[in-house]
Design a protein around this ligand. Sequence first.
Ligand SMILES: [Zn+2]
Length: 428
Amino acid sequence: MIRAHVYTLRPTPEQKTLLAQTVGVVRLVYNLALEQRRTWSGKRYVGGNSRLFGAKGSSQELKALRAAYDWIGAVSQTAQNQALIDLDRAFANFFEGRASYPTPRRKGINDAFRQVGREVSVRRLNAKWSEVKIPKIGWIRYRDTRPLRRGEGDVVDIRNATIRRSAAGGWQISISHRWDVTEGDTPVGAVGVDRGVAVPFAMSNGTKVSLPSTMAARDKTLRRAQRKMSRKRRGSRRYAKARFRVARLKARNAMARKHLAHVTSRRLVRDYGLIAIEELRTRNMVASARGTLEEPGRNVAQKRGLNRAILNVGWHQFEMMLGYKLEETGGILVKVPAAYSSQECAACGHVDKENRKNQAVFVCIACGAVDNADINAAKVICDRALTGQTAENQRWNTSLLDVEGNASAPREASTQPTEACDTVDALV
Ligand SMILES: [Zn+2]
């Protein structure tokens, strides 16, 4: 299995300069090769071969460049070669219709370079810190938040490493490495997860995960910074400064959200072999709030706010994380249809919008069961997965619901006890 771990680098001031030089030169090489291919594509190159320039075709050019300019030669050749390989791939994607024509890499946006694994090594310094050796730059310290997995012969098998300047201005490294999955330690047990706006993740086991309170404060600061930015003249120095501030705040928020999704998904994958979530189409939800010309959506402003929040919480990201983390443990991710999961009682299966007293409380009007609304939904999601009402085989019978959507008839298999969510055995 190949996975990448991302770490925050702590380069020294000298190393920072070298990193900045490296991304600059690598970007230049990429853009020069792109320019050259644009100029010469379809023409016969005077050098004699009619082949398009590529990682191989340009390597002669690269050699010449490196020899002619000390500052180009001073930067890792592998990193430059990797950029040319990227360019080849970009052109291949273009010619095969998967992408548009390659565009030049831009400063501040494409500040990254890649090293091949055999030229990169890592060593541990202490419980918290490790360092990574990058050609021509040396050993750079990083906070070792998650140890790299060891492969054959108890060594870390690094495939490649990408170093990039983050939007927040710091340096990050993504180390891609390979190891073998050990079988036999898939946890038993199933859990349902309800993703929400007010509460990002609620679990059928009764736990909830909330966003850190610092985030609300940062959101406020961010909005203020955005207003300030909008008052500056575009292109001015003050504008650039304000934009950087906005970018940094956004990046911090994104990082906090991502961290939350990582921690939550990691914990779930460790404890459960089956994880059930709703199949969501966030993109459709955004479109439907806006409505159509003939039928404009109601409460568009509120809904837009809600939709923005939905997208912000990073549900899709969470889903991806669950997916690949479950691969590591041999567990499975089950997506169930989302219809009425917030109106259905997890205890008796009665579906009614009256069940939902408000955003937080669920009181079943049929059986009187009381629960937190998000936890109830998570239990319903888990039930659906265990009773085979998955989005995939669509066994969820919508005919049980009336046309208005105010389903009054109880669904079949409503007797599935919620305790079933404690074991995967209920599946068989
Ligand atoms: Zn009920």
